[in-house]
Design a protein. Structure first.
Length: 300
């Protein structure tokens, strides 16, 4: 029964990873940018919420009313001032740009807040540790369940936005071919700005939930980037619902690994990621080889 509890907890943890990964997936899907500052932007959202909650005495959830729009504006500004210019210079330049942005964010946060760890857990009261008792050995945490529901809600909203709205159609058209989209009246600059704004706002939301369920410091961004990247790759690059599957796989792998040995928790997730990645590479190689075999057979 304890294994069932680990799987249930892993599924809920996967909701957080999916929420964290969805912004990264959206930005790559639309702009073809792997944002290496994604994890640090999430931590920036956590610090911004902590600042609002601490200075104004607001509940962290109420602070999101100010923080999320500010993060969206920041994403739009980053696109207009940095990412737009780097996109014109090839594939490598956006990577270097976002890598530099990550370093700047980490050091600015360190300069302002120091290396001390912080948490928003004490500011949300019993929600941080309360749980529902399903059986004697299965518990569902209130906060974990809330994060999972929010993750599904965000993914569902993004899905409807992309499929049912004019903005979504513009995002999909620009993702397919920005030059052709421009010919039919789509403003690709505006579309890229919207995509960046949404992605950074979602990253900030994920960072706030990280601060509620755990502790964080100015250098907590890179591990979050790795988890987000693994969830995106496991679920399939460019697939929003795939990020949920990828996050769940990663969460279950970590929890089951921790059951064997607490030191294996993070390693188990990495090993699951590498195993799935290796399997996909093998399948791709087999399919390509089969395709060549068919072509050679027809030629003969």
């Amino acid at each position: 029964m304890i294994w069932v509890n680990q799987v249930v907890t892993g599924i809920l943890l996967g909701g957080y990873y999916a929420l964290l990964a969805s912004g990264l997936s959206l930005m790559f899907g639309v702009m073809r940018i792997i944002n290496l500052a994604h994890g640090d932007l999430a931590i920036l959202g956590a610090f911004a919420t902590f600042l609002v909650a601490d200075d104004l005495g607001w509940n962290p959830f109420l602070a999101l009313v100010l923080v999320l729009p500010a993060m969206a504006v920041l994403g739009w500004l980053l696109q207009r001032t940095m990412l737009e210019r780097s996109l014109r210079s090839g594939v490598l330049t956006p990577l270097l740009t976002t890598f530099g942005l990550a370093i700047v964010l980490e050091n600015l946060l360190f300069e302002k807040y120091g290396a001390d760890t912080r948490s928003l857990g004490p500011q949300i009261g019993n929600l941080a540790f309360d749980s529902w008792r399903v059986t004697d050995q299965i518990y569902v945490g209130h906060l974990s369940a809330l994060i999972f529901v929010v993750a599904v809600g965000v993914l569902g909203t993004l899905h409807l936005l992309l499929r049912r709205t004019s903005i979504g159609r513009a995002l999909r058209a620009t993702a397919e071919d920005p030059d052709t989209a421009e010919l039919v009246g789509v403003n690709s600059r505006a579309v890229y700005g919207i995509a960046a704004g949404i992605a950074v706002a979602i990253a900030g939301l994920a960072g706030v939930f990280l601060a509620m369920r755990s502790s964080y410091d100015p250098y907590s961004g890179p591990p979050q980037l790795i988890f987000a990247f693994e969830a995106v790759v496991i679920g399939g690059i460019g697939s929003l619902w795939g990020t949920l599957v990828g996050g769940i796989v990663l969460g279950i792998a970590q929890n089951v690994g921790a059951q064997f040995d607490p030191q294996w928790q993070i390693l188990s997730g990495h090993l699951a990621f590498l195993a799935i990645l290796a399997g996909r590479l093998v399948l791709t190689a087999v399919e390509e080889r089969g395709g060549f075999a068919v072509v050679l057979g027809r030629a003969s």
